[in-house]
Design a protein around this ligand. Structure first.
Ligand code: F0G
Length: 363
């Protein structure tokens, strides 16, 4: 190794002492983690009272989503345990990540997906990385049930977030935030789907706090899509629907853990509509240059909702002035090209001469 820096070497290298890694664990990494934490002046102004808003852009991970943090640990531990193959259910990102880390490790990966409900880019990733793909006539909750039933037989290792190694890896995002800000933020906003990520962040914040790396703990705010909001409504949603296909989940696996994290942290769970999600996605792309997939925009839509106070489960009015707020955006916008409305973009070609082009620019 030419450098002693942890940069670009992945979350296990950087946070080894906080993970259940030993000398027999072969490290399977694609250089995940160390993602940008971007200050947003515009969002800070929107919140007001000298609060500072930061965006943790997890779309900058190797396969374009936060899943890579958990996958490096889950796949490394699977190889240590002499797994024969990986298996997962997915709304798309877990399968893309599992397929990539499986390829890197040199073991087969089987992904069970709800037919017709996976964003195009994510499906292409699973194909490109060479996963064995099985589409089912059912939703994510059905796929996860089947994966649980197939179980860890015949050397299969489940790499959904029901595998504690995934949560272990994902908690490193909270470590990075505290390491960079010098303390935990007052508030952390996240999209909520299968509820593993919020559980993981809370575990990371608590661990760092216990080890006196931070002086406080954030309130955790989770945002579900209006048509797929089992935790908010406190009941299973049989037929979840939302444009944010990544969080189209009616019966989250980490429901109890996420609920406990939200309650312990004095946070809240709330809902955002598909319209609010798409508006937030466009806002973030056009005002900050950060293009995220719809599910990711739920945290930004949630921030706007909290600013407007009325009807929000958590009002920013109770935030102390000067508070620091982190919004995680979870996946890259290019994964789901069909979700971005292009109907109002006129792509009819004009004549190939400078004057016509100058006129067409209308600037
Ligand atoms: N954002 C994106 C882009 C996701 O892909 C997911 C989950 C979430 C948010 C929600 O995170 O499940 O930990 O609460 N995607 C899973 C998948 C379910 O299969 O890729 P969570």
């Amino acid at each position: 190794m030419l450098t002693t820096s942890h940069q670009g070497r992945g979350v296990i290298s950087r946070y080894r002492d906080f993970l259940l890694i030993n000398e027999r664990t072969p490290i399977v990494s694609l250089g995940e983690g160390d993602t940008p934490l971007l200050y947003s002046g515009r969002l800070s102004a929107r919140v007001g009272r000298d609060c500072e808003v930061f965006i943790k852009n997890e779309g900058m991970n190797p396969t374009g989503s936060f899943k890579d943090r958990g996958m490096t640990v889950a796949v490394s531990k699977a190889i240590e345990r002499k797994a024969r193959a990986l298996i997962c259910a997915s709304t798309g990102n877990t399968s893309a990540s599992a397929a990539a880390y499986g390829a890197r490790a040199g073991i087969p990966c089987v992904v069970i997906l709800p037919a017709g409900k996976i964003a195009r880019g994510k499906l292409l990733q699973a194909f490109a990385y060479g996963a064995k793909i099985v589409a089912i006539d059912g939703n994510f909750d059905d796929a996860l049930r089947i994966v649980r039933e197939l179980g860890e037989d015949d050397g299969f290792v489940i790499v959904n977030s029901i595998n504690p190694d995934r949560i272990e890896g994902q908690k490193t995002a909270a470590f990075e935030i505290v390491d960079l800000l010098g303390d935990a933020p007052e508030l952390h906003l996240l999209p909520l789907g299968n509820a593993g990520n919020l559980t993981a962040y809370w575990s990371g914040y608590r661990e760092y706090h216990a080890k006196e790396r931070s002086t406080k703990l954030p309130a955790m705010l989770g945002f579900q899509a209006e048509g797929a909001a089992p935790i908010f409504r406190n009941r299973v949603v049989e037929k979840p629907e939302t444009i944010a296909s990544a969080i189209r989940i009616g019966n989250p696996a980490s429901w109890k853990q996420a609920r406990a994290a939200i309650d312990e942290s004095h946070g809240a769970v709330d809902i955002v509509s598909d319209r609010e999600i798409i508006d937030a996605q466009k806002w973030l792309a056009q005002n900050e240059g950060i293009f995220v997939e719809p599910a990711s925009a739920a945290s930004i839509a949630g921030l706007f909702k909290c600013c407007d106070a009325k009807g929000a489960a958590y009002s920013f009015e109770k935030l102390p002035p000067g508070s620091r707020i982190v919004c995680t955006v979870t996946g890259h916008g290019l994964k789901d090209p069909d979700a971005i409305a292009i109907e109002d973009v006129d792509l009819a070609p004009v004549a190939a001469n400078t004057n016509t082009v100058r006129r067409a620019m209308a600037l």
